[in-house]
Design a protein around this ligand. Structure first.
Ligand SMILES: [Fe+2]
Length: 299
């Protein structure tokens, strides 16, 4: 059976920026679109690398067994670099990427300035297909899902991500995008399991989770797992395959917009956390949507 399709104009809000500043004229409509679960598409916004940095675009740059290289701008800490001699170069690249993302947020999403926190910059050098090999269905990001992390409970905070395809060989990043969050939640909430506050307290005490896993986090993980484990939904659920070419960027709330990474290699990613109350309309947050659907307070 062929999957039903979504229309691209329902999923995207396109902003024709060619540089990381100057987003002011689009800021109000971009904010509204983003909070409604749309993806802000920046088809002409690339992030050029210099010749030395380009040489780091190979799978040997990342430590064996790691999915990517991560950089924490606030501490300057970088993890996942295979060879110590590459560290300064990649730190410099990710530092510059972080600064570009800060500039972009200040002009395109000024409402969030000062509220976004815990920035993490990621350099992905493996092809998407490499992660699939040997990973469990739960870790398989080629299945439609909303982001929820087992060890890092968000406690109602949002996950905002800025992606840039830096593939030097012309290869697009291919995603599937799914139906709106309320539809996903309505469909899969009955399949989320029982919540045990005691077990979550124990997991936190033992360091299995970095923070206490709230009922909200339990439901978000439940949605993530129920979506990924439903083979029929993956095949036939409402969705659209989209391509992000090299030299383009896109922004979404990855805890809200169902997505699946199907193919592509070499990407820069900026992740931020955002308190739901810092949104222009917090009622659009997964927290408020889930509270409405369950009729319960989830924090
Ligand atoms: Fe994801």
């Amino acid at each position: 059976m062929q999957p039903e399709s979504l229309r691209s104009e329902e999923l995207f809000f396109t902003v024709p920026l060619t540089g990381w500043s100057g987003g002011e004229p689009f800021s109000q409509s971009a904010l509204t679109a983003l909070e409604q679960g749309q993806i802000i598409s920046l088809p002409e916004l690339g992030f050029p690398l210099n010749a030395k940095e380009m040489r780091c675009l190979n799978e040997g740059t990342v430590k064996k067994g790691r999915k990517n290289i991560s950089y924490r701008a606030l501490s300057g800490k970088i993890t996942g670099v295979a060879h110590p001699q590459d560290e300064d170069l990649i730190r410099g690249l990710l530092q510059r990427h972080h600064q570009a993302c800060e500039t972009l947020v200040r002009s395109l999403l000024p409402h969030y300035t000062g509220a976004l926190h815990t920035p993490v910059n990621t350099l992905r050098v493996h092809p998407v297909t490499a992660w699939k090999k040997g990973s469990s269905w739960r870790k398989d990001d080629t299945r439609l899902h909303v982001d929820a992390f087992p060890s890092r409970p968000m406690q109602g905070e949002r996950i905002l991500r800025i992606f840039t395809n830096i593939n030097p060989h012309g290869e697009s990043r291919v995603w599937r995008i799914g139906e709106p969050f309320t539809a996903v939640a309505t469909r899969f909430l009955p399949k989320t399991g029982h919540y045990s506050p005691w077990l979550c307290a124990l997991q936190h005490k033992l360091g299995i989770t970095k923070r206490y896993r709230t009922r909200y986090d339990h439901l978000m993980l439940g949605l993530h797992d129920a979506m990924k484990s439903d083979a029929e939904y993956q095949l036939s659920g409402l969705q659209l395959e989209v391509r992000f070419p090299p030299g383009s960027s896109w922004i979404c709330f990855s805890d809200q917009t169902p997505h699946a990474a199907m193919s592509g290699q070499f990407m820069l990613e900026q992740t931020y956390a955002l308190p739901a109350e810092a949104m222009a309309d917090p009622q659009r947050s997964p927290l408020k949507i889930l509270e409405k659907l369950t009729g319960a307070l989830l924090l």
